[in-house]
Ligand binder design. Structure first.
Ligand code: IVH
Length: 696
């Protein structure tokens, strides 16, 4: 899409564009932003940091705000629509979105090749082979080089118009120079996906909020496309692979000689050249079916290592003229076939449901099924998340259930096969009492989970210790879940501080603990004492406090116990701390037992202080003063300014609260400034003032 020379020119023009925001400069700035989006979202190879990109983006926003006549529909700022999708409008696809015929083995492929040879009259047919993406299919229309419509597949003839949501997918260009190929209007088909990594992150967030995770990336992608708020769609980090051109108008002869492609491969190459994510790197062209068989089998072996889910390969006749010759049935084209990989679904029997107590007291129903191998792993235990999920699926003990396990995704029950019921299946009864401590269970009104609220419930204590030592928390390597359970059962470990007073001599007498493992254990425990504060906060397992919030909290104070004096309002002034989260943190630090535990941990040598801050405080000028930057700074980068404050011993706070001493306001400051104006003790400074203060 861009050559190395063009890239250099663009980089060079960046500073010119920023200094002189006339019409051409803004066009260049837009190009630069598009270029960096392309590097990031299409090539996965960014040339600048997120913060640098954000700075450029904010510049463009500013220029466009000053002179709205400069806004073009394909400006990078125009992805973010403000209006909600109230109802999705039904649209007609320009060409019906047909499905694909399926094949499952070599014999099926040989059979299909025989038919292809018959229909084309050729001895050997040239095929393109590409992944069969397992997401939600979409169609895009570009008219006069602009994205004019995005739609879901629907029933293939009619779909729903979802342009605003499609615009949130950064790998979909808002404009593309189809005119250079003599094309006026084009309809493209593709698949929207959420990659495995982003899917996991999203599900982790849901679990953190006690919401049931989404079943699989396919459902997550399909659901995301139909969300009301386009901004929420943006947060899901969707991507789109475009794999088929279904309709083209315009066929002008061009002086540039850029001719329209005559093969499927050529079409995908054109899309790639124009900045689309087409599967050019994942596909191959072969002559004859033998090459197809080799390629699909080799790809199946790589399936688990791919960053996204695929459920097979698609084989297409390469020559477009031959595709036309072969035609289609009412259901599928004859020139293409899907080769499906081994299923990751299986059926099994639901034997019983157990109820597990989590570290926050949540009661999770867990299905025990007859062990069944799926995709190389034997599955026997499946979380059912909460009562609502069980009720919605109408699961019963004794049911034959359809189980799916996709790649790294945790296995889940798709549905019971109700047609196989014999009538002897039994309802799943939810306990009224905690299965471990037998206290009465309780269900908060706005939640789907039942809870044991006995903070001393043994199950919770053990789960809290397991969480404390886990990898993302204090990372006490040799401890692990199994050891925590064992030590607890033997009475060697009763609570979190007990980790640091563990009787290693007693442990050494246990079976399986040699000198080396005891040494490792001791070292790991010792090393954890100097973990950064945010890890300790996360390790405490305060409800709703995930790793991000833990970092915000760690940055807000010099010592963890400072939170004992925070009001809920002060907590809410921190970034991303809402009412629910602040209430939970507040409760944690007002609980005597928790404060005692922190005191004990400190006595045992665990640092409760934000060491980075401590080092500076005694020696330098901003000691004990807190700062926050908001809006766009013009002379300094935000990160530089923050580092300057910290170098002088000051603190950077996560949000506006009465603890804040200085708010430094850049261009286009928003809600933080408004909030700060209401707190008289906060000094509001410009960037200039701040620089002066530094030099004094
Ligand atoms: S071609 C007219 N290529 O699989 C032919 N489809 O099971 C249009 N799919 O409806 C389809 N990856 O949503 C094609 N590389 C690929 C694909 C692909 C995934 C989806 C598509 C289709 C479904 C059929």
């Amino acid at each position: 899409m861009y050559t190395a020379t063009q890239t250099k020119e663009l980089q060079h023009l960046t500073s010119a564009a920023l200094q002189n925001p006339d019409n051409t400069a803004i066009t260049i700035l837009k190009e630069i932003l598009r270029f960096h989006e392309y590097r990031y979202y299409i090539l996965n190879d960014p040339l600048i940091s997120d913060a640098e990109y954000d700075n450029l983006y904010k510049q463009l926003e500013k220029f466009e705000k000053n002179d709205p006549t400069l806004i073009t529909p394909d400006s990078p700022t125009q992805r973010v629509g403000s209006s909600l999708n109230n109802a999705f409008v039904t649209i007609q696809h320009l060409v019906p979105m047909l499905s694909l015929e399926n094949s499952y083995n070599v014999a099926d492929l040989l059979d299909w090749d025989r038919k292809a040879k018959e229909l084309t009259g050729l001895e050997t047919v040239e095929y393109c082979i590409e992944p069969k993406f397992d997401g939600a299919s979409i169609s895009l229309i570009y008219e006069n080089d602009l994205l004019s419509r995005g739609a879901t597949r629907g029933d293939g003839v009619e779909g729903e118009e979802i342009t605003n949501n499609i615009k949130q997918i950064k790998s979909v260009p808002l404009s593309a120079k189809f005119s250079e190929y003599g094309i006026d209007q084009i309809e493209i088909r593709g698949e929207v996906l959420i990659n495995k990594n982003n899917f996991k992150k999203y599900n982790d967030q849901l679990t953190e909020q006690n919401l049931p995770p989404l079943a699989n990336p396919r459902n997550a992608a399909a659901g995301s496309l139909r969300m009301k708020d386009p901004k929420e769609v943006g947060k899901r980090n969707l991507e789109a692979f475009l794999y088929h051109v279904s309709y083209i108008t315009g066929n002008r002869q061009l002086a540039t000689g850029n001719k329209q492609p005559t093969t499927h491969y050529g079409m995908l190459e054109m899309l790639w050249q124009l900045g689309f994510k087409s599967p050019i790197k994942e596909m191959t062209v072969v002559k004859g079916i033998d090459g197809v068989i080799n390629y699909v089998q080799a790809f199946e072996a790589k399936r688990d290592g791919l960053p996204y889910e695929i459920d097979g390969m698609v084989i297409k006749v390469n020559e477009l003229a031959l595709q036309d010759k072969m035609g289609m049935t009412t259901h599928h084209p004859r020139w293409a076939i899907a080769y499906k990989f081994k299923a990751r679904q299986a059926t099994s029997k639901l034997l019983k449901v157990e109820f597990q107590v989590g570290r926050t007291g949540s009661i999770t129903p867990v299905a025990k099924i007859e062990p069944v191998p799926i995709g190389g792993v034997t599955v026997s235990s499946i979380s059912l998340f909460n009562e609502d999920v069980v009720r919605e699926k109408d699961l019963r003990i004794g049911d034959t259930v359809l189980v799916e396990r996709a790649g790294d995704v945790i296995p889940y029950i798709v549905k019971p096969l109700t047609e196989l019921r014999s009538g002897t299946e039994e309802a799943i009864i939810f306990p009224k009492k905690c299965p471990v401590c037998h206290d009465e269970l309780y269900k908060p009104e706005d939640e789907a989970v039942w809870r044991c609220i006995n903070i001393n419930c043994e199950a919770q204590v053990v789960e809290r210790i397991i969480h404390f030592v886990s990898k993302d928390a204090m990372d006490i390597k040799s401890f692990g879940e199994a050891n925590v359970r064992k030590f607890y059962e033997l009475g060697l470990l009763k609570d979190i501080p007990g980790i640091y007073t563990l009787d290693f001599e007693a442990v050494a007498k246990l079976e399986g603990f040699g000198k080396k493992s005891i040494d490792n254990l001791q070292l790991a425990v010792e090393a954890s004492k100097s973990q950064p504060l945010h890890r300790l906060i996360f390790a405490l397992g305060i409800r709703y406090v995930g790793e991000t919030t833990a970092k915000t909290l760690a940055n807000a104070v010099s010592k963890l116990t400072d939170f004992a004096d925070y009001t809920e309002e002060q907590l809410q002034a921190l970034d991303d701390v809402g009412v629910k989260v602040s209430a939970s943190i507040y409760r944690f630090f007002r609980n005597e037992d928790n404060l005692k535990m922190l005191e004990k941990l400190e006595q045992l040598g665990i640092s409760l202080t934000n060491t980075k801050k401590k080092e500076h405080e005694a020696s330098t000028t901003f000691a004990g003063k807190s700062f926050l930057f908001t809006g766009t700074l013009t002379q300094l980068k935000r990160s530089e300014a923050e580092a300057m404050v910290e170098d002088k011993g000051g603190n950077i706070l996560g949000g506006v609260s009465s603890k804040l001493n200085y708010l430094i306001v850049g261009a286009d400051a928003g809600s933080k400034l408004e909030k700060a104006k209401k707190i008289p003790t906060i000094n509001i400074l410009t960037e200039e003032d701040f620089l002066k203060m530094l030099s004094n």
